[in-house]
Design a protein around this ligand. Sequence first.
Ligand code: B12
Ligand code: SF4
Length: 449
Amino acid sequence: MPITRNILLINPWIYDFTAYDFWLRPLGLLYVASILRKHTSFRLSFIDCLDRYHPLLPKKMKAKADGRGPFPKEEVVKPVILKNVPRKYSRYGIPVSLFLQELSQVSPPDLVLITSTMTYWYPGVQLAAKLVRQKFGRVPVVLGGIYATLMPRHAQSSTEADFVVQGPGEKKLFSVIKEALGDGSIPEIQIDSFGDVPWPALDMLRNKRDLPILASRGCPSRCSFCAASLLYSHFEQRKPDSVADEMEYHHRQLQARNFAFYDDALLLNKRNHVIPLLKDIIKRKLPLSFHTPNGLHIREINFELAALFKKANFRSLYLSQESFEERILAKASAKVSAEDLKEALENLEKVGYHRNDINVYLMTGLPEQEISGIQESVRQVQQLGAKPHLAYFSPVPGTAEWNKLVEKGIFAKDADPLLHNKLTFPYLWGNFSPEDFESLSRLLKKERA
Ligand code: B12
Ligand code: SF4
């Protein structure tokens, strides 16, 4: 393949009421970068608008030992559609001036690849694409990622992207690049299985100590609020030794210390997947810590698995209880029952975890939820000695919950994705009043005190 192609990759800003770096990394884009590295000789540059460690930030950002911490932010004018949400709205990430400085330092690109995460963060994509256009004129811009996959029409019409790629990047990357560059000599490399995608180019991140890892993709369950099955058509698990090799490689090459698992369903098929992976991790005796910010399936946490988690040094465990109301679980999420948490916590405690170090996600704001049910769920988690974490409902297009909201006329089919923001439901359309919402926050604060 001819060289002399400059490709610029961009991870855009977050626009939101709140944002915190909870091991948030542009993993999808770094997979795309590694595919390009492996199959082309393109020269890649990368601008990470969410780089909390940029040396030219006006002030140094705090960081916890496990890698989490705040983003720099700048308050911006709240979009009119969100005017009734009584919170400040900000752009999170590096200052725009720093982005422009970075743009002026990269080799003028032949192609720009932008990623996207939450649908309601699309203003960050818009801004990045606009600034790229202003600087580099008609350079082709390709947009991929979660927003692009879930809302391709919106992405096409609302951003300056020329191409919007839906779904796993490796499937369509080369045909899109060929079209975007108008270069018939670019071979169309087709990668069909997740296991064949090269390891992500994590070395492109400035913070190489706290990294993401993905051992599987997709989820066979169909919870009513979740987009997993819309993002990945089937559930695929990588070979456990390849996952352990990837982490060891990044530990040795980049001095990585923390790995956050991004899997939707890390514990499924555990006998053949996570158990061999944990045993392998233990055998390698690396000084690593592990975190599971994307909740784990509680039912799978038996004594054996708990003991392996402890021995492998899984430090921050987040469990997906969602609710204690059987009525809600039956409708929304059959993966867990009200009884499962008690047993999982017993197993985790037996192997040396403290219950108050275990975080339990509770869905908050599902259209059929009542405030009393959520308060009760918070209390139940507390009574079991664990830490409740409210996971506010984001109505994601294409999910069962979204379809119900559209049928009821609460959302228009083409509603602005800003309304998917996880903090809009108490103010704009949910079952709760803002006072209910505040009382919930107070309850949590009290429980934590
Ligand atoms: C890990 C994760 C998190 C992590 C954060 C890490 C992250 N990167 O976002 C944590 C736990 C912190 C998190 C939090 C939340 N999350 Co989350 N999260 C995920 C998860 C499971 C994986 C995302 C990921 O990185 N995947 C791995 C990479 C490899 O995949 P990818 O980015 O899609 O990349 C591929 C393609 O998209 C494509 N691609 C990507 N970029 C590009 C670029 C180009 C140019 C091309 C061609 C292709 C391409 O190729 C890649 C490789 O195949 C997704 C669900 C999912 N399965 O994707 C939910 C998901 C994104 N989260 C979701 C939600 C709702 C939330 C929360 C609001 C939950 C809550 N109530 O608190 C919070 C919000 C966080 C905040 N700050 O406000 C929703 C999205 C909602 C929305 N409206 O968009 C999702 C889809 C899950 C769901 N419930 O349906 N999340
Ligand atoms: S919420 Fe979890 S279990 Fe349910 S479909 Fe999504 S990833 Fe699967």
